[in-house]
Design a protein around this ligand. Structure first.
Ligand code: PLP
Length: 426
């Protein structure tokens, strides 16, 4: 039976008894023959249903200016949608591009343009540098890391803290190394830690001197409006902070409606200095004659206003907040006080960050798999999938139903306790 005393402090026989109990619990779990999946941060069908009205929109084929949205053109996206996102993201309309359905694609395009052509102020295209490196706060988003690895960009890690990346560590790295050309950050309700970057940390990142003259911050605000409580965090004001400190072209902000409307058919947004935007569109014009403006118009009609987006997000919250509460409850009930795991209680975003006893994350994920519970592979929140402590597990509770989240998390807690007991008893 679980005990409130730390497992490591128990006498040897008590630890052995705990291990035996967990082995039994695990055997019972396996006998249940579950098939549950907590791997990816996907909206559930109930969340997707919230946006079904989109399937019957738009009601017209003309945008506000009278242009036919069915035709080519309008590379920077529909002005009325850009206005909504400018307001929500706290930037100027002139700084915003609305694109296709994926912000990840816009990040990839931006990186590829930097590699092939360089930024306007780059001494040469990044591909002609002997080495290009990015600073990556960890734990972080696996797709950022796999994208960098795929493009041959090296990764240097810094710790992600409650108020954002360790800005002093970043500042020290970028000050003298001109091969460090950029960094990634998920500023609001970070994937997977749920951290919210403070205005102070953002100010440091935007103002710090960098050896590279063309340093870029990929400000991936994927979860800017994805609040889980009534206390709605406000994102730091990256673009204003950057221009106030003399580096207007440093940040490139990304967002999307993937987890607002449809993950497969939303709208992605990029916001950056007008100079950067002009540069981005110049290269984009070689690849597109214009985005899907029917989808843009559909989103404008569906939301109506920036407030419409925020109202819509509250309906998401009603569906997913109970799932996050269920994760916390299951972990607290089974593991509270044992000293073998810590986890986040995020106030927004899509993930819970679970840190288990050092050296046991891989074992926990394997045990869960063998009991029919799919978890994100251990280490995936680190570059090249290598968690130096083998302790980090990302939990994504939005997709399964509430009852399934409860069952899955009780099972995960059993696996965490079993792996810890195995390690302690040896
Ligand atoms: N950025 C972060 C931090 C994410 O967690 C995700 C999805 O999980 C994305 C971007 C993907 O965004 P999009 O669907 O707009 O490509």
């Amino acid at each position: 039976q679980p005990t409130a005393a730390p497992l490591a402090s128990l006498a040897r026989e008590e630890q052995e008894a705990f291990l035996a109990a967990k082995r039994e619990e695990y055997a019972a779990l396996q006998a249940e023959g579950l098939t549950l999946d907590l791997t990816r941060g996907k909206p559930s069908s109930a969340q997707l249903d919230l946006s079904d009205a989109l399937l019957h929109l738009p009601t017209t084929t003309k945008d506000r200016s009278g242009a036919d949205v069915r035709n080519y053109g309008g590379l920077e996206g529909l002005t009325e949608l850009r206005e909504i996102f400018a307001d929500l993201l706290g930037v100027e309309v002139a700084q915003v591009v609305c694109g296709g359905n994926s912000s990840l694609t816009m990040m990839h395009d931006t990186l590829v343009h930097l590699l092939l052509h360089g930024a306007p102020e780059s001494p040469r295209p990044w591909k002609d540098e002997p080495v290009v490196k990015f600073v990556c706060p960890v734990p972080g988003y696996d797709r950022h890391f796999t994208m960098l690895a795929d493009l041959g960009i090296e990764m240097v890690t810094v710790d992600m803290r409650e108020d954002g990346p360790d800005a002093e560590a970043v500042a020290a790295l970028v000050a003298d190394d001109p091969s460090i050309k950029g960094m990634w950050i998920v500023p609001t309700y970070a994937n997977p830690t749920g951290s919210v970057c403070s205005q102070e940390v953002a100010a440091r990142l935007m103002s710090m001197p960098t050896a590279a003259p063309d340093f870029r911050v990929f400000w991936d605000n994927a979860y800017a409006f994805h609040h889980l409580t009534e206390e709605e965090a406000k994102s730091a004001d990256a673009l204003s902070l950057a221009s106030a400190s003399g580096h207007p072209d440093r940040p490139v902000m990304f967002a999307s409606t993937s987890k607002i409307t449809f993950a497969g058919a939303g709208v992605a947004v990029l916001a950056t200095s007008v100079a950067n935007k002009t540069w981005f569109l110049r290269h984009r014009a070689m690849a597109s004659i214009g985005p899907d403006k029917i989808n843009h118009l559909r989103h404008v009609e569906f939301f109506g206003s920036p407030d419409g987006v925020l109202e819509h997000m509250r309906r998401h919250r009603e569906i997913i907040a109970p799932k996050f509460a269920a994760v916390d409850e299951a972990l607290t009930t089974a593991l509270g006080g044992l000293g073998i795991a810590t986890w986040t209680r995020p106030t927004g975003g899509y993930f819970v960050n679970l840190d288990v006893l050092d050296g046991t994350a891989t074992r926990v994920v394997r045990l869960a798999k063998e009991a029919g519970i799919a978890l994100t592979p251990a280490g995936s929140a680190f570059p090249h999938g290598r968690d130096p402590h083998d302790r980090n597990i990302r939990l994504a509770p939005t997709f399964p139903g509430l009852a399934e989240v409860r069952t899955a998390m009780a099972g995960v807690a059993t696996c965490v306790a079993l792996a810890a007991a195995e390690q302690l008893v040896g």
